[in-house]
Design a binder for this molecule. Sequence first.
Ligand SMILES: C[S@@+](CC[C@H](N)C(=O)[O-])C[C@H]1O[C@@H](n2cnc3c(N)ncnc32)[C@H](O)[C@@H]1O
Length: 318
Amino acid sequence: MSPLQSQYLDINGYTTTLGEMRLGDSLEFLESEDGHALKESVSTIVTSPPFPLLSEKAYGNLEGKEYIDWLCSFAQPLREIMKPDGSLFIEIGNTWVSGEPAMSMVPLKALMAFAESGNYTICQHLIYHNPARPPGPASWVTAKRLRLKDDFTHWFWLGKSADVRADNSAVLKEYSPAMTRLLDKKLDTSGTRPSAHKINGKNFFKDNGGSIAGSVISIPNTGWDNYHRWCTNEEIAAHPARMPFDLARFFIDLTSTTGDLIFDPFGGSNTVGAAAEVLARRWMTVDLESQYIAGSLGRFADESGTLPIDLKVSRANG
Ligand SMILES: C[S@@+](CC[C@H](N)C(=O)[O-])C[C@H]1O[C@@H](n2cnc3c(N)ncnc32)[C@H](O)[C@@H]1O
Protein backbone atom coordinates (compact mmCIF):
# COMPACT_ATOMS: atom_id res chain seq x y z
CA MET A 1 0.00 0.00 0.00
CA SER A 2 1.47 3.41 -0.92
CA PRO A 3 1.23 6.23 1.66
CA LEU A 4 -1.59 7.76 -0.40
CA GLN A 5 -3.78 4.70 -0.02
CA SER A 6 -4.56 4.90 3.70
CA GLN A 7 -8.32 4.61 4.04
CA TYR A 8 -8.34 7.79 6.14
CA LEU A 9 -6.57 10.25 3.85
CA ASP A 10 -9.84 11.87 2.73
CA ILE A 11 -10.68 12.59 6.38
CA ASN A 12 -11.87 16.07 7.19
CA GLY A 13 -12.25 15.58 10.90
CA TYR A 14 -13.59 13.38 13.66
CA THR A 15 -15.47 13.63 16.92
CA THR A 16 -15.39 11.73 20.20
CA THR A 17 -17.91 12.13 23.02
CA LEU A 18 -15.71 14.89 24.44
CA GLY A 19 -14.13 16.58 21.47
CA GLU A 20 -13.65 17.36 17.82
CA MET A 21 -10.67 17.67 15.48
CA ARG A 22 -11.41 19.58 12.32
CA LEU A 23 -9.59 20.07 9.02
CA GLY A 24 -9.06 23.70 8.04
CA ASP A 25 -7.33 26.99 8.59
CA SER A 26 -7.75 27.85 12.25
CA LEU A 27 -7.96 31.58 11.59
CA GLU A 28 -10.88 30.95 9.25
CA PHE A 29 -12.39 28.66 11.87
CA LEU A 30 -12.05 31.32 14.61
CA GLU A 31 -13.72 33.85 12.33
CA SER A 32 -16.56 31.48 11.38
CA GLU A 33 -19.92 31.10 13.11
CA ASP A 34 -18.64 27.95 14.89
CA GLY A 35 -15.58 29.85 16.07
CA HIS A 36 -17.66 32.77 17.36
CA ALA A 37 -19.83 30.27 19.22
CA LEU A 38 -16.79 29.52 21.42
CA LYS A 39 -16.69 33.13 22.71
CA GLU A 40 -15.31 33.23 26.28
CA SER A 41 -15.78 29.47 26.71
CA VAL A 42 -12.26 28.06 26.52
CA SER A 43 -10.40 27.42 29.78
CA THR A 44 -7.04 26.47 28.32
CA ILE A 45 -5.37 26.85 24.94
CA VAL A 46 -2.20 24.78 24.53
CA THR A 47 -0.51 25.33 21.21
CA SER A 48 2.69 24.99 19.29
CA PRO A 49 2.48 27.13 16.14
CA PRO A 50 4.84 26.41 13.25
CA PHE A 51 8.25 27.93 14.10
CA PRO A 52 10.05 30.43 11.87
CA LEU A 53 12.54 27.73 10.86
CA LEU A 54 15.31 28.19 8.34
CA SER A 55 14.96 24.71 6.86
CA GLU A 56 11.38 24.02 5.77
CA LYS A 57 9.37 21.49 7.73
CA ALA A 58 6.94 19.34 5.79
CA TYR A 59 4.10 21.75 6.60
CA GLY A 60 5.95 24.91 5.55
CA ASN A 61 6.78 28.05 7.50
CA LEU A 62 7.28 31.74 7.06
CA GLU A 63 10.28 33.84 8.00
CA GLY A 64 10.98 37.14 9.75
CA LYS A 65 8.41 39.90 9.76
CA GLU A 66 6.02 37.89 7.63
CA TYR A 67 6.04 35.20 10.35
CA ILE A 68 5.51 37.74 13.14
CA ASP A 69 2.54 39.32 11.33
CA TRP A 70 1.05 35.90 10.65
CA LEU A 71 1.38 34.81 14.29
CA CYS A 72 -0.07 38.13 15.52
CA SER A 73 -3.17 37.64 13.39
CA PHE A 74 -4.19 34.87 15.86
CA ALA A 75 -3.72 36.96 19.02
CA GLN A 76 -7.14 38.68 19.19
CA PRO A 77 -9.26 35.82 17.84
CA LEU A 78 -7.74 33.47 20.45
CA ARG A 79 -8.29 36.02 23.22
CA GLU A 80 -11.96 36.23 22.25
CA ILE A 81 -12.61 32.54 22.82
CA MET A 82 -10.83 32.44 26.21
CA LYS A 83 -12.74 32.60 29.47
CA PRO A 84 -11.86 35.75 31.47
CA ASP A 85 -9.64 33.58 33.72
CA GLY A 86 -8.50 31.27 30.91
CA SER A 87 -4.89 30.47 30.01
CA LEU A 88 -3.01 30.33 26.73
CA PHE A 89 0.21 28.27 26.62
CA ILE A 90 2.17 29.03 23.47
CA GLU A 91 5.43 27.40 22.42
CA ILE A 92 8.03 29.58 20.77
CA GLY A 93 10.82 27.47 19.31
CA ASN A 94 14.42 28.49 18.81
CA THR A 95 15.62 29.55 15.38
CA TRP A 96 19.21 30.00 14.23
CA VAL A 97 20.56 32.63 11.85
CA SER A 98 21.36 31.14 8.44
CA GLY A 99 25.08 30.34 8.05
CA GLU A 100 26.13 31.67 11.48
CA PRO A 101 26.46 30.13 14.95
CA ALA A 102 23.94 32.69 16.22
CA MET A 103 20.36 32.56 17.37
CA SER A 104 17.64 34.52 15.63
CA MET A 105 15.68 37.14 17.55
CA VAL A 106 12.55 36.46 15.49
CA PRO A 107 10.97 33.97 17.94
CA LEU A 108 11.27 36.37 20.89
CA LYS A 109 10.11 39.34 18.84
CA ALA A 110 7.19 37.21 17.67
CA LEU A 111 6.22 36.43 21.26
CA MET A 112 6.38 40.09 22.28
CA ALA A 113 4.38 41.19 19.24
CA PHE A 114 1.82 38.43 19.84
CA ALA A 115 1.39 39.35 23.53
CA GLU A 116 1.01 43.04 22.65
CA SER A 117 -1.45 42.39 19.80
CA GLY A 118 -3.69 40.35 22.08
CA ASN A 119 -3.10 42.55 25.16
CA TYR A 120 -1.99 39.46 27.07
CA THR A 121 -0.34 39.31 30.49
CA ILE A 122 2.67 36.99 30.73
CA CYS A 123 1.73 34.85 33.73
CA GLN A 124 4.97 32.92 33.54
CA HIS A 125 7.83 32.15 31.19
CA LEU A 126 8.41 28.38 31.14
CA ILE A 127 11.12 26.27 29.60
CA TYR A 128 10.43 22.88 28.09
CA HIS A 129 13.64 20.83 28.25
CA ASN A 130 13.93 17.71 26.13
CA PRO A 131 16.79 15.63 27.58
CA ALA A 132 16.46 13.19 24.67
CA ARG A 133 16.94 15.83 21.96
CA PRO A 134 19.76 14.85 19.57
CA PRO A 135 22.64 17.36 19.34
CA GLY A 136 21.98 20.24 16.94
CA PRO A 137 22.15 22.48 14.99
CA ALA A 138 24.59 20.00 13.41
CA SER A 139 27.04 22.48 11.82
CA TRP A 140 27.71 24.34 15.05
CA VAL A 141 27.20 21.62 17.62
CA THR A 142 28.42 18.29 16.21
CA ALA A 143 30.65 19.33 13.27
CA LYS A 144 32.48 22.47 14.46
CA ARG A 145 31.77 22.02 18.18
CA LEU A 146 31.19 25.74 18.64
CA ARG A 147 27.85 25.74 20.45
CA LEU A 148 25.99 23.68 23.01
CA LYS A 149 23.16 21.36 22.04
CA ASP A 150 19.90 23.25 21.59
CA ASP A 151 17.59 21.20 23.78
CA PHE A 152 14.84 23.49 25.05
CA THR A 153 11.98 25.63 23.80
CA HIS A 154 10.27 28.62 25.35
CA TRP A 155 6.69 28.30 26.49
CA PHE A 156 4.78 31.39 27.51
CA TRP A 157 1.81 31.11 29.82
CA LEU A 158 -0.44 34.02 28.87
CA GLY A 159 -3.68 35.28 30.38
CA LYS A 160 -6.21 38.03 29.67
CA SER A 161 -4.97 39.35 33.02
CA ALA A 162 -2.74 37.94 35.77
CA ASP A 163 -5.89 36.55 37.39
CA VAL A 164 -5.97 33.16 35.64
CA ARG A 165 -7.41 30.02 37.18
CA ALA A 166 -4.53 27.75 38.25
CA ASP A 167 -3.70 25.17 40.90
CA ASN A 168 -0.12 24.00 41.18
CA SER A 169 -1.14 21.23 43.55
CA ALA A 170 -2.70 19.50 40.52
CA VAL A 171 0.76 19.02 38.97
CA LEU A 172 2.94 17.99 41.91
CA LYS A 173 6.23 16.26 41.22
CA GLU A 174 7.40 13.13 42.97
CA TYR A 175 9.51 14.03 46.03
CA SER A 176 13.27 13.68 45.62
CA PRO A 177 14.95 10.90 47.66
CA ALA A 178 16.45 13.59 49.96
CA MET A 179 13.02 15.12 50.62
CA THR A 180 11.49 11.69 51.21
CA ARG A 181 14.21 11.06 53.83
CA LEU A 182 13.43 14.38 55.57
CA LEU A 183 9.74 13.53 55.64
CA ASP A 184 10.41 10.02 56.94
CA LYS A 185 12.77 11.13 59.69
CA LYS A 186 10.95 14.39 60.49
CA LEU A 187 14.32 16.15 60.79
CA ASP A 188 14.03 19.79 61.87
CA THR A 189 16.28 21.65 59.42
CA SER A 190 15.27 25.15 60.60
CA GLY A 191 17.88 27.87 60.36
CA THR A 192 19.38 30.55 58.21
CA ARG A 193 20.96 29.37 54.96
CA PRO A 194 24.21 30.88 53.58
CA SER A 195 21.96 32.79 51.14
CA ALA A 196 20.38 34.50 54.23
CA HIS A 197 17.05 32.75 53.59
CA LYS A 198 15.36 31.82 56.88
CA ILE A 199 14.00 28.28 56.60
CA ASN A 200 11.29 26.86 58.83
CA GLY A 201 12.43 23.22 58.81
CA LYS A 202 9.14 22.11 60.36
CA ASN A 203 7.59 22.69 56.92
CA PHE A 204 9.35 19.51 55.90
CA PHE A 205 7.30 17.51 58.42
CA LYS A 206 4.20 17.68 56.27
CA ASP A 207 3.77 15.37 53.30
CA ASN A 208 1.92 17.38 50.65
CA GLY A 209 1.87 14.50 48.20
CA GLY A 210 4.79 15.82 46.13
CA SER A 211 6.92 18.88 45.55
CA ILE A 212 5.85 22.02 43.72
CA ALA A 213 6.80 21.85 40.03
CA GLY A 214 9.39 24.31 38.72
CA SER A 215 9.25 26.43 35.59
CA VAL A 216 11.77 24.24 33.75
CA ILE A 217 9.79 21.22 32.66
CA SER A 218 11.93 18.30 31.61
CA ILE A 219 10.22 15.49 29.70
CA PRO A 220 11.91 13.25 27.13
CA ASN A 221 10.08 13.43 23.80
CA THR A 222 10.56 9.82 22.77
CA GLY A 223 8.76 6.53 22.77
CA TRP A 224 6.91 4.08 20.61
CA ASP A 225 3.19 4.12 21.31
CA ASN A 226 -0.20 3.44 19.75
CA TYR A 227 0.17 6.63 17.68
CA HIS A 228 3.33 5.34 15.98
CA ARG A 229 1.86 1.86 15.59
CA TRP A 230 -1.21 3.35 13.89
CA CYS A 231 0.83 5.58 11.54
CA THR A 232 3.03 2.63 10.57
CA ASN A 233 0.07 0.35 9.91
CA GLU A 234 -1.80 3.03 7.93
CA GLU A 235 1.44 4.04 6.15
CA ILE A 236 0.97 7.65 7.20
CA ALA A 237 4.09 9.70 8.01
CA ALA A 238 4.20 10.54 11.74
CA HIS A 239 3.92 14.26 12.46
CA PRO A 240 7.42 15.82 12.43
CA ALA A 241 6.94 18.15 15.43
CA ARG A 242 4.80 16.51 18.07
CA MET A 243 4.74 17.95 21.58
CA PRO A 244 5.17 15.47 24.45
CA PHE A 245 1.84 14.13 25.66
CA ASP A 246 2.84 14.71 29.31
CA LEU A 247 3.58 18.37 28.62
CA ALA A 248 0.10 18.98 27.19
CA ARG A 249 -1.34 17.07 30.13
CA PHE A 250 0.65 19.17 32.61
CA PHE A 251 -0.67 22.50 31.24
CA ILE A 252 -4.26 21.22 31.09
CA ASP A 253 -4.10 19.81 34.63
CA LEU A 254 -2.59 23.06 35.95
CA THR A 255 -5.27 25.38 34.58
CA SER A 256 -8.54 23.50 34.09
CA THR A 257 -10.86 21.01 35.65
CA THR A 258 -13.16 18.17 34.52
CA GLY A 259 -15.56 19.21 31.76
CA ASP A 260 -13.69 22.43 30.87
CA LEU A 261 -13.04 23.21 27.21
CA ILE A 262 -9.48 22.95 25.81
CA PHE A 263 -8.46 24.32 22.37
CA ASP A 264 -5.49 23.94 20.02
CA PRO A 265 -5.51 25.93 16.76
CA PHE A 266 -2.44 24.05 15.44
CA GLY A 267 -3.50 20.54 16.33
CA GLY A 268 -0.98 18.46 14.30
CA SER A 269 -1.09 14.94 15.71
CA ASN A 270 -3.72 16.09 18.23
CA THR A 271 -1.58 15.64 21.34
CA VAL A 272 -3.69 18.30 23.06
CA GLY A 273 -7.03 16.69 22.16
CA ALA A 274 -5.80 13.27 23.33
CA ALA A 275 -4.48 14.66 26.64
CA ALA A 276 -7.75 16.54 27.20
CA GLU A 277 -9.72 13.36 26.50
CA VAL A 278 -7.71 11.38 29.08
CA LEU A 279 -8.34 14.14 31.62
CA ALA A 280 -12.10 14.19 30.90
CA ARG A 281 -12.05 17.72 29.48
CA ARG A 282 -13.98 18.73 26.36
CA TRP A 283 -11.72 19.73 23.48
CA MET A 284 -11.57 21.27 19.99
CA THR A 285 -8.54 21.23 17.69
CA VAL A 286 -7.90 22.30 14.08
CA ASP A 287 -5.17 21.48 11.54
CA LEU A 288 -4.60 22.35 7.90
CA GLU A 289 -3.36 18.92 6.85
CA SER A 290 -5.62 15.90 6.46
CA GLN A 291 -2.65 13.48 6.70
CA TYR A 292 -1.91 14.75 10.23
CA ILE A 293 -5.57 14.36 11.17
CA ALA A 294 -5.57 10.82 9.73
CA GLY A 295 -2.44 10.02 11.77
CA SER A 296 -3.89 11.54 14.91
CA LEU A 297 -6.65 8.91 14.98
CA GLY A 298 -3.88 6.68 16.34
CA ARG A 299 -3.91 8.65 19.59
CA PHE A 300 -7.34 7.14 20.26
CA ALA A 301 -6.72 3.62 18.87
CA ASP A 302 -5.95 0.66 21.11
CA GLU A 303 -2.95 -1.63 20.64
CA SER A 304 -4.74 -3.65 17.96
CA GLY A 305 -5.50 -0.45 16.00
CA THR A 306 -9.22 -0.44 16.88
CA LEU A 307 -10.84 2.96 17.30
CA PRO A 308 -13.33 3.57 20.13
CA ILE A 309 -16.99 3.24 19.11
CA ASP A 310 -17.77 6.82 20.11
CA LEU A 311 -15.20 8.12 17.59
CA LYS A 312 -16.93 9.24 14.39
CA VAL A 313 -14.82 10.01 11.32
CA SER A 314 -16.10 12.49 8.75
CA ARG A 315 -14.80 12.42 5.20
CA ALA A 316 -14.53 14.97 2.42
CA ASN A 317 -16.92 12.91 0.30
CA GLY A 318 -19.56 12.51 2.96
C1 LIG B 1 4.30 22.48 15.43
S1 LIG B 1 2.98 21.68 14.64
C2 LIG B 1 1.90 21.27 15.97
C3 LIG B 1 2.17 19.90 16.49
C4 LIG B 1 1.20 19.45 17.57
N1 LIG B 1 1.31 20.27 18.77
C5 LIG B 1 1.44 17.99 17.93
O1 LIG B 1 1.74 17.69 19.10
O2 LIG B 1 1.37 17.15 17.03
C6 LIG B 1 2.10 22.97 13.85
C7 LIG B 1 0.88 22.51 13.06
O3 LIG B 1 0.17 23.67 12.63
C8 LIG B 1 -0.52 23.34 11.43
N2 LIG B 1 -0.90 24.62 10.82
C9 LIG B 1 -0.11 25.58 10.27
N3 LIG B 1 -0.85 26.64 9.90
C10 LIG B 1 -2.14 26.38 10.27
C11 LIG B 1 -3.38 27.09 10.17
N4 LIG B 1 -3.43 28.31 9.65
N5 LIG B 1 -4.49 26.49 10.65
C12 LIG B 1 -4.45 25.24 11.19
N6 LIG B 1 -3.30 24.53 11.31
C13 LIG B 1 -2.17 25.08 10.85
C14 LIG B 1 0.50 22.51 10.66
O4 LIG B 1 -0.14 21.68 9.70
C15 LIG B 1 1.16 21.71 11.79
O5 LIG B 1 0.59 20.43 11.92
